[in-house]
Design a protein around this ligand. Structure first.
Ligand code: DP6
Length: 359
């Protein structure tokens, strides 16, 4: 498919108003997206677990208007929010070619997250995918009827233009984004992982340890730019392809130890890229390292299959099989929670993707 396939050709312009509502989950990358080209095209393929509990819930009310402007208001947790507007304005400008009705309506966007505000958890993936889904449902309300497969692809395509990782938040349980030789894939949208998945990886658990809830030190937009002219960029992008190929075999065989190696190495490589860019950043905090060391010691002592991954920040995602839920949660409560801000953590697990609430 190409970009052209996502342009809405005709619609019923007599619809006066309506509202739609979606919930969309966050996701956690196993092989990381870090570096992009023009138009939100990734430099390398990535694959993620879709989460279940960490979600954004968004309602969009649309009202026909006369002028030709892009017009919207954003309410976050019931309060008018000016801070979110620029990102959404950019998003609308990027997608209007594909959604020509955007200038016909005023949109009231009401959004909230299930996870604590400013927890340091990236809400752009869940937020942009929820908004993309709402806009696509509005498109359907204007008289088009899409098959599920096309609907999901277009939703993911639009979400990508809001935030790259958001394109992996439409479906579950594993989603691939970025062309590669090992899986079904596209640079334009995320695709539900089509390979075999061993029962070891079913209902995998992700406990998110909130180490640092402050503003991100490096926005992802700035972060991705650090890969331009980065001395190790070429090798890193090639490594992501190799890791996707390796992970495919691991997901099928159920080999926990091999899974852990790829996932932890990906997290540390992401941070290594930031430490070796110009300018350079250290996004881990002392407590991030304390947690990593304790996870490694616990794994050695108990032969657990616990491991960690990181986003572009200090928080730690602790990943483990469902069968180890009780002992790992006990370990987290006894030994890791003291390294979190206000002892905060969020228990999550793999989810099935976004849900329509109102059409
Ligand atoms: C480190 O999707 O937030 O979480 O496309 O600029 O919005 P933009 O970036 P974003 O980048 C996320 C990067 C990451 C790794 C990942 O999720 O794959």
């Amino acid at each position: 498919m190409t970009e052209q396939d996502f342009i809405l050709k005709s619609y019923n312009s007599n619809v006066k108003s309506g509202s739609v509502k979606w919930s969309a989950p966050s996701n956690i990358a196993l092989v990381k997206y870090w570096g992009k080209k023009e138009n939100q095209i990734p430099e390398n393929p990535s694959i993620s677990f879709t989460l279940s509990n960490c979600k954004t819930i968004t309602e969009v009310t649309y009202t026909k208007k006369e002028d030709n402007s892009l017009s919207f208001d954003v309410f976050f947790e019931d309060k008018l929010n000016e801070a979110f507007k620029p990102k959404i304005q950019t998003f609308f400008e990027r997608i209007e070619t594909y959604m020509p009705f955007l200038r016909d309506y005023h949109f009231k966007i009401e959004t909230s997250n299930t996870f604590p505000h400013s927890s340091g958890i990236a809400s752009s993936a869940s937020g942009m995918s929820a908004l993309a889904l709402c806009l696509l449902s509005i498109e359907e309300n204007l008289g088009v009827d899409y098959a599920d497969d096309y609907f999901n692809k277009k939703a993911s395509f639009l979400a990508r233009l809001g935030s790259g990782s958001a394109c992996r938040s439409i479906e579950g349980e594993l989603v691939v984004w970025g062309q590669n030789k090992s899986t079904q894939s596209s640079d334009l949208f995320g695709i539900k992982y089509d390979g075999e998945v061993h029962s070891n990886f079913k209902n995998y658990q992700d406990t998110i340890l909130l180490v640092d809830k402050g503003e991100k030190q490096v926005s992802s937009t700035v972060g991705h730019k650090l890969m331009f002219g980065h001395p190790f960029a070429k090798e890193r992008f090639a490594q992501a392809h190799d890791n996707i190929a390796a992970l495919k075999a691991i997901l099928a065989s159920g080999d926990f130890k091999a899974f852990i190696k790829i996932v932890e190495s990906e997290a540390l490589t992401l941070h290594a890229m930031m430490m070796t860019s110009m300018p350079y950043f250290i996004l881990m905090k002392p407590n991030t390292l304390e947690i990593i060391n304790k996870i490694w010691k616990f794994r050695e002592d108990t032969n657990s299959n616990i491991c960690f991954t990181l986003d572009a920040g200090a928080n730690v995602h602790v990943l483990y099989p469902e069968i180890e839920k009780d002992i790992v949660l006990q370990f987290i409560k006894n030994d890791l929670v003291s390294h979190c801000q206000n002892d905060q953590f969020i228990s999550d697990s793999i989810g099935k993707g976004a849900q329509l609430i109102k059409h």
